[in-house]
Design a protein around this ligand. Structure first.
Ligand code: NAP
Length: 185
């Protein structure tokens, strides 16, 4: 099992405001979709509430410490879900709840690639525990207002493998880079 962290970060480390993304960047949303499709995605309960519905063609794993919590959609409709137990019924659809990241990871075989999609508290936890194999970061070259920040992380442990620059254009409000960092072996 490998765990990839995927995130978009502003120049001042902002990643969110009032439980939303602080920007609207369709190209980044498309990049996120292309990258994560077909893979299990893991998110914190607040990021789930921000997205408001299961992302299709991916197993949506939601972490909460509250054993009584159940997911609702943004339209306040109950969502069908299961508790993540062995064996995982589907690897590319549905909603699963779990209480521990390490337990989630233990349910997947070595060849499985999972994505940690946020938010800040889960990024912090996984980086501190050295659980991340790869970071896929959209580095946004703009300072934005926000209330949620990406944590400081130890870049020394990783090597930058690719960087794709997207310059500012008429339709692009600011420039950004898609960057991959891989854990050094
Ligand atoms: N820029 C980006 O790429 C990006 C990506 C994702 C999210 N975001 C933004 O980030 C913000 C949300 O981040 P956040 O830090 O406030 O919330 P979050 O990490 O999405 O969710 C926090 C909640 O998740 C649960 N949780 C977190 N770590 C856990 C663990 N190790 N074990 C079990 N449960 C755990 C807890 O739920 P309970 O309280 O229910 O126990 C916790 O309160 C929003 O603004 C969102 O838009 C940005």
């Amino acid at each position: 099992m490998s765990l990839s962290l995927i995130v978009a970060i502003a120049k001042n480390q902002v990643i969110g405001i009032e439980n939303k993304l602080p920007w609207y960047l369709p190209e980044d949303l498309q990049f996120f979709k292309n990258t994560t499709l077909g893979h299990p995605i893991i998110m914190g309960r607040k990021t789930w509430q921000s997205i408001g519905k299961p992302l299709p063609n991916r197993l949506n794993i939601v972490l909460t410490q509250n054993k009584l919590w159940a997911p609702y959609s943004k339209l306040h409709e109950p969502i069908s879900y299961f508790t993540l137990n062995n064996p995982v019924p589907s690897k590319n659809s549905g909603v699963a709840l779990a209480n521990h990241l390490e337990t989630v990871l233990s349910h997947f075989s070595p060849e499985e690639k999972l994505f940690l999609i946020g938010g800040a508290s889960l990024y912090t936890y996984a980086l501190e525990k050295d659980l991340i194999n790869e970071l896929i970061i959209t580095e946004i070259h703009q300072t934005v207002e926000g209330d949620t920040f990406f944590p400081n992380w130890n870049k020394e442990q990783f090597i930058e493998t690719t960087r794709v620059h997207n310059p500012k254009t008429e339709s692009r409000p600011f420039s950004f880079d898609f960057v991959h960092y891989l854990r050094k072996t």
